[in-house]
Design a protein around this ligand. Structure first.
Ligand code: NIG
Ligand code: FE
Length: 385
């Protein structure tokens, strides 16, 4: 981990050994950065976030403490619909500024590639507004950004009791509009009890695929939804959450290219059972970890905290957690070739830590500020900090 990558035009051109000298084949005019005894880690690839949102929802946090469940809050018009009301009232500029604060925070905390979902719009114009904000972020920051259309995050208020009509709106109006502007890479559906059924999810994913969008699914967070099996059959890039899964879901995933993405920050914050990560790893699945950064179930994009939750709650070793939070996260965004590890030819995204007794210390001492300097595309970011 103390190797010395040298980067050119944002990609690593050489990776040297742990001897304190630049790699033998490094360009001679390169800037030398002294790690000062710290370690070098590849930047996190956070493949599941909802970090464009307006306002916050700490009132619901209090409701939860008093005993209401996530679903009870949603049924009372809280939850995603609450965020949709706030997003409707916010301007594109306000949304962008608020999201950029979060982007700067996660970049300082080691994230170098991030997926961001829409899904707090729930009306065509508002979904487009969110996706345009994501596009603007993508154009202004050195982080690699992927955009996911999640119009089927909840049934919009105006459509309550008319779920099929809302699915029609997603398929016939929203998806074509999103594709026309080239605003999304992926399409996602919240396939779970109280949200969207397997049949509705299939319909939306297929429509998305016809328009060039690869599939992702929120599955098995609240119940055994059938979403995992559907994701595998439909060739989804990832199926995410999976708190409620067992042998059948693992069997379905075995041998498929669909990546199980676990979000222990959401299970932690909502007090849900944790997904069976060890059984998944035993089955040889390439488990990814992501933050699920959102105002309801995971108001944090701290991937280091996610790694520590993976270690303490999912019983993943720090090395397994790091691989899941970097290389496998990159794969869950279709970025495995260019991101997720420090290697010649890959984009030079990494961070330097303070001196540590071992790599495991990073996951163990989980509130100690250990990240000293971050580099994105070979350049320090924020510059000079
Ligand atoms: O991934 N599960 C669905 N969506 C989000 C929560 C969104 C919210 O509550 O605002 C999640 O946990
Ligand atoms: Fe989510």
């Amino acid at each position: 981990m103390n190797g010395r990558p040298v980067s050119d035009e944002g990609r690593s051109t050489a990776c040297g050994p742990k001897n304190g000298r630049p790699a033998a084949d490094a360009p001679t005019d390169c800037t030398i950065v002294d790690a000062e005894g710290g370690m070098l880690f590849p930047s996190f690839c956070d493949s599941h976030t909802h970090l464009v949102y307006a306002g916050s929802r700490e009132q619901e946090f209090l409701d939860k403490i008093r005993g209401l469940s996530y679903e009870q809050i949603a049924r009372r018009g809280g939850g995603i619909l609450n965020s949709a009301d706030r997003l409707h009232a916010a301007s594109e500029e306000e949304l962008y500024e608020a999201a950029m604060e979060r982007i700067r925070e996660i970049a300082r905390k080691g994230t170098g590639a991030v997926e961001i979902k829409s899904g707090y719009g729930l009306r065509t114009e508002d979904e487009l507004k969110m996706l345009r904000v994501i596009r603007r972020i993508r154009r202004t920051v050195p982080l690699e950004v992927r955009a996911t259309f999640l119009g089927a995050h909840a049934v919009a208020r105006d459509y309550l009791g008319r779920q099929e009509a809302y699915v029609d709106l997603v398929c016939d109006e929203m998806l074509p509009a999103v594709a026309r502007e080239g605003l999304a890479d992926f399409v996602d559906v919240f396939c779970d009890r109280g949200f969207f059924t397997v049949d509705q999810t299939r319909r939306i994913l297929r429509r998305g695929r016809a328009l060039g969008l690869a599939a992702k699914i929120h599955a098995n967070e609240l119940d055994v939804s059938g979403g995992v099996q559907l994701g595998v059959v439909e060739g989804a890039l990832s199926v995410d959450h999976l708190e409620r899964s067992g042998e059948e879901e693992i069997e379905a995933l075995r041998g498929s290219r669909t990546i199980p993405t676990l979000l222990p920050g959401a299970a932690f914050f909502l007090g849900l059972d944790y997904p069976p990560a060890r059984a998944m790893l035993r089955a040889g699945l390439a488990v990814a970890l992501a933050s699920d950064y959102n105002p309801g179930s995971s108001p944090s994009g701290d991937m280091r905290m996610v790694m520590t939750l993976a270690a303490t709650q999912l019983r993943m070793t720090p090395a397994e957690a790091l691989c899941a939070a970097t290389l496998n996260g990159a794969a869950a965004m279709g970025l495995g070739r260019d991101f997720g590890s420090i290697a010649v030819g890959k984009v030079a995204n990494f961070f330097l830590t303070a001196p540590m007794p071992s790599p495991e210390f990073f996951t163990y001492a989980y509130t100690t500020p250990l990240i000293r300097r971050t580099f994105l595309r070979g350049a320090e970011w924020p510059a000079g900090e």
